[in-house]
Ligand binder design. Structure first.
Ligand code: ZN
Length: 99
């Protein structure tokens, strides 16, 4: 069984504690101050909390494989990764950062 540690990062690469998810309609309402109609479409929004307790949008989600990760040298392939799964030497710190 592959165990994974999932880590959330904001746009400044701070690690976030998971806060929750907003539906597309809630996100529309909080970001615009308008009332969402029944047909709002969007991707929704995931948020978390920085160590100081402030709320921030989740920008990256990285799932680091804990069981026998290859820990190969981190490089452009990691930095441009599209999926969340990481097992390289940065342990997710730079995973998908340029993607
Ligand atoms: Zn890496």
């Amino acid at each position: 069984m592959a165990a994974r540690t999932t880590t959330l990062y904001d746009t400044d690469n701070n690690v976030l504690n998971y806060g929750g998810c907003m539906s597309p309609a809630s996100y529309f309402e909080t970001s615009t101050g308008l009332t969402a109609g029944p047909f709002i479409k969007g991707s929704g929004y995931m948020y978390g909390f920085r160590p100081d307790g402030t709320q921030a949008a989740v920008h990256r989600v990285v799932a680091f494989q804990n069981h026998n990760p290859s820990l190969h040298k981190c490089g452009a392939r990691c930095r441009n990764a599209k999926g969340p799964n990481c097992e390289c030497s940065c342990r997710g710190e730079f995973h998908g950062i340029d993607g």
